[in-house]
Design a protein around this ligand. Structure first.
Ligand SMILES: Nc1nc2c(ncn2[C@@H]2O[C@H](COP(=O)(O)OP(=O)(O)OP(=O)(O)O)[C@@H](O)[C@H]2O)c(=O)[nH]1
Ligand SMILES: [Zn+2]
Length: 199
């Protein structure tokens, strides 16, 4: 049984000025310390909340690495939810579930010419090891069964729905192209079926 362990207020965003609550949970069987960040008490409002399931990316979220778009997606989400409310589930699934050191090994292979999925496969991993069952349990612990999901990734939609969360709307993120991540994003679109808008 997953339930809320603690809920504390803090302020977030690039200027540390966006109020939110940080929540921890009991009962996550993976032992992963997933957290939720709730803006404008979105879990207590009548409207169906905006939700983002964001998988940990130390290199992108913290260092804004050129190799991916994770940090920009997180910043965009925080800005949006600061204005209209929402819930970020920050999931400790570094490297699409293979972990940080393996992701760095995969980056080494990508520097030699493999794409993001080929590198995973070469290391003996599937394309994406994540499952979103615990994310669904966290939402249920918050009393949330229906959401508007921020994602470009169809796998997240299918996985959450199969765990009993109703997705009433899918909201895409912007396409954050920068020097260094274009082929990564294009591979996600062609192979991973992510929905991006390349102008
Ligand atoms: N294995 C591997 N993982 C990567 C690579 N680049 C980024 N990641 C990981 O991919 C995950 C990105 O997850 P999310 O931000 O949830 O994004 P997503 O699955 O692309 O889906 P949406 O952003 O919701 O459309 C993070 O865990 C990153 O650490 C890579 O080249 N190899
Ligand atoms: Zn990333």
């Amino acid at each position: 049984m997953v339930n809320v362990r603690a809920r504390v207020p803090f302020k977030v965003g690039l200027k540390s000025n966006i109020p939110a609550d940080l929540l921890s949970f009991n009962g996550l069987e993976s032992g992963k310390e997933h957290v939720a960040v709730i803006f404008r008490d979105a879990d207590k409002q009548a409207e169906v909340p905006l939700v983002r399931m964001h998988s940990e990316c130390l290199t992108g979220d913290v260092f804004h690495s050129s190799r991916c778009d994770c940090g920009e997606q997180l910043d965009e989400t925080i800005e949006k939810m600061g204005e209209i409310g929402g819930v970020i589930l920050y999931l400790r699934q570094e490297g699409r579930g293979i972990g940080l050191y393996n992701k760095i090994d995969a980056y080494e292979l990508q520097s030699q010419g493999m794409n993001t999925y080929e590198a995973n496969n070469h290391l003996g991993f599937g394309d994406d090891l994540r499952d979103f069952n615990e994310a669904a349990l966290m939402l249920k612990a918050l009393g949330i069964n229906e959401i508007r999901l921020i994602t470009n990734n169809p796998k997240k939609i299918d996985d959450l729905e199969s765990c009993g969360i109703k997705i009433v709307e899918v909201v895409g993120t912007k396409t954050h192209v920068k020097d260094g991540n274009e082929s990564y994003l294009k591979t996600k679109a062609s192979h991973g079926k992510h929905r991006f808008n390349f102008d």
